[in-house]
Design a protein around this ligand. Structure first.
Ligand code: HEC
Ligand code: HEC
Length: 494
């Protein structure tokens, strides 16, 4: 035993040495850079990039209008995600990273599937498009040294966040709800929004501490996010970055969520601790297009979180989402929880394209911040329910609260409502649900999700009579196991 352990320790040591050696000998990224080949760069650009960035890279490809933010005019020489001083060109590695990872939370896809050599040719091609690379060559910012997570004091980082007034835009909890947030405009004259720092998955330039330090010291050119290179030191910036990192939530992306039957019935309030027993799931949203088929507004609501619990009669949903402003007036915030109606099969209707002229009806539970009330109806459009009512709508139980840039709404519907053509849910079955959310403070922009299946736990056997068959089965199984063991023990050795 001891011999075997020392052997495996030696093997682990050897593996460690080999990997360290491999790392030391591995070619640096520079060595992998090919020689520029302008024709290859141009060809790759036309093939992959022109549909958004335009044939002359002026940001006017045929797909441009259906994106927000718009694809960049690459001839202008303004780059957001740099590791270089504000106003100077990005480093080659910055562009390479943008191509490799894409810009999450925007229309810019990742290009990891392209050969590295092709990505480098694209980098060279981008550099040939604008004089900024000659006139203001890349000037790396001094990032100092990463102190490491264990040596960082998050409380000190929070103080830097306060001192540098990051909250004016990003909000006290990082939920993009700072007082300046709704009025920001970018260099191209379009309304823009601060990043929601709690949503690490939407950071365009990377969400690890090094990426955050880089953003803070280099700034995000073309946007209201300034460079803090003059206002702070690299030491402070690292503390700040670890603090910002600590604000990021751990999302639970899932296409299916369990709606348990909780002891003692449904959770009774938004903050009932028994909600913790129902798993939380995150669902992504996309802005709905306007009538011209364009995206014209920033996406302020990109993710919804929800939980569900049921008692065999009703199902209760706890839905929460980040919304930078609490809007209850003429353009109120609102939520629709969609279920398929009896007229549609499961999740076959895409909310992104609903409603259209011939859309089938959906079963919607709609809550509006204007009234703090909710109704359910089987409808072909949102409006009758948003305007609280309509002949065939029935009121449903709702509770809601807004705090620190976040709405929480609790909706309860019967599993099988008395409404004609309504969605009938039942324990032991999957029920698809999807979400539409309106942000009154963002021009009433609607964002919608795809469908997620709610799995309602089957009812536990309640009476002794119901439980009896299961008990007998267990006894039978135990008997079989015992007999089997006896047989093995008694078996004559071969
Ligand atoms: C589907 C549309 C789309 C395609 C295809 C696309 N881009 Fe983009 N790209 C965008 C959008 C949108 C932005 C702006 C994102 C932002 O401002 O946050 C962008 C931004 C950029 C930027 C600016 C990064 C910065 O730091 O400011 C570069 C460089 C870029 N794209 C290069 C490319 C290249 C090279 C290709 C082809 C391999 C490509 N893009 C293909 C949509 C696209
Ligand atoms: C004047 C408003 C403003 C202030 C102040 C501000 N930011 Fe920002 N910040 C923005 C905007 C706008 C964006 C989104 C830029 C974009 O992607 O278009 C942003 C984006 C970011 C991002 C996300 C970058 C990414 O990769 O997507 C981080 C991280 C960030 N800010 C951190 C900070 C920190 C830390 C501070 C304080 C030192 C700060 N910001 C101060 C406006 C601001």
């Amino acid at each position: 035993m001891g011999h075997r352990r020392s052997l495996s320790a030696a093997r682990a040591l050897l593996a460690g040495l080999i990997s360290i050696g491999g790392w030391a000998l591995a070619p640096r990224t520079d060595a992998a850079k090919p020689e520029p080949d302008p024709a290859a760069g141009r060809a790759a650009f036309e093939q992959h990039c022109a549909r958004c960035h335009g044939p002359q890279a002026a940001g006017d490809g045929y797909d441009a209008k259906r994106l927000y933010p718009r694809p960049r005019d690459l001839t202008e020489g303004v780059f957001k995600f740099r590791s270089t001083a504000t106003g100077t060109a990005p480093a080659d590695e910055d562009l390479f990273r943008t191509l490799t990872d894409g810009l999450p939370g925007s229309g810019m896809p990742d290009w990891r599937h392209l050969d590295e050599a092709v990505r480098w040719q694209l980098v060279y091609y981008i550099k040939s498009l604008s004089p900024v690379f000659e006139d203001s060559p890349a000037q790396p910012v001094d990032l100092g040294r990463d102190p490491g997570r264990r040596r960082v004091d998050l409380a000190a980082g929070k103080q830097v966040y306060e001192k540098l007034r990051c909250a004016a835009c990003h909000g006290a909890q990082g939920r993009a709800d700072g007082t300046s947030a709704p009025s920001l405009v970018d260099n191209w004259g379009r309304a823009t929004r601060p990043a929601d720092l709690t949503q690490g998955w939407n950071y365009r330039g990377g969400s690890d501490p090094k990426a955050i330090v880089t953003r803070v010291l280099a700034g995000i050119d073309g946007t209201p996010m300034p460079s803090y290179a003059e206002a702070t030191t690299p030491e402070e910036a690292w503390q700040l970055a670890y603090y910002v990192r600590s604000l990021q939530q751990e999302p639970n992306w899932s296409m299916i969520v369990r709606a348990p039957r909780l002891d003692g019935g449904l959770p009774s309030s938004l903050d009932d601790p028994r909600w913790q027993q129902a798993p939380r799931v995150e669902v992504r949203l996309r802005n709905a297009m306007d009538e011209a088929g364009e995206w014209a507004r920033a996406q302020t609501i990109s993710t919804v979180s929800f939980r569900a619990a049921q008692d065999g009669q009703s199902i209760r949903f706890l839905v929460s989402w980040q919304d930078p402003t609490d809007d209850r007036g003429d353009a109120p915030d609102a939520l629709a929880l969609a279920l398929p109606s009896a007229k549609v099969l499961g999740d076959s209707v895409t909310l992104q394209l609903w409603p259209m002229r011939s859309s089938p009806p959906l079963d919607l539970c709609v809550w509006s911040a204007a009234s703090s009330r909710a109704v359910e109806g089987v409808v072909r459009r949102y409006e009758p329910l948003l305007q609280a009512g309509g002949a065939s709508a029935v009121p449903i139980e709702a509770a809601s609260a807004y705090a620190d840039g976040q709405w929480q709404v609790m909706l309860t519907r019967p599993l099988a409502p008395a409404l004609p053509n309504s969605a009938r849910a039942a324990p032991g079955r999957l029920t698809p649900v999807a979400f539409a959310v309106w942000d009154g403070g963002n021009g009433g922009q609607r964002a919608t999700s795809s469908w997620v299946d709610v799995m309602m736990e089957a009812a536990p056997p309640s009476t002794a009579a119901e439980r009896a068959p299961a008990t007998w089965l267990w006894i039978l199984a135990a008997g079989v196991v015992v007999l089997g063991l006896v047989w093995i023990v008694k078996k004559p050795q071969a």
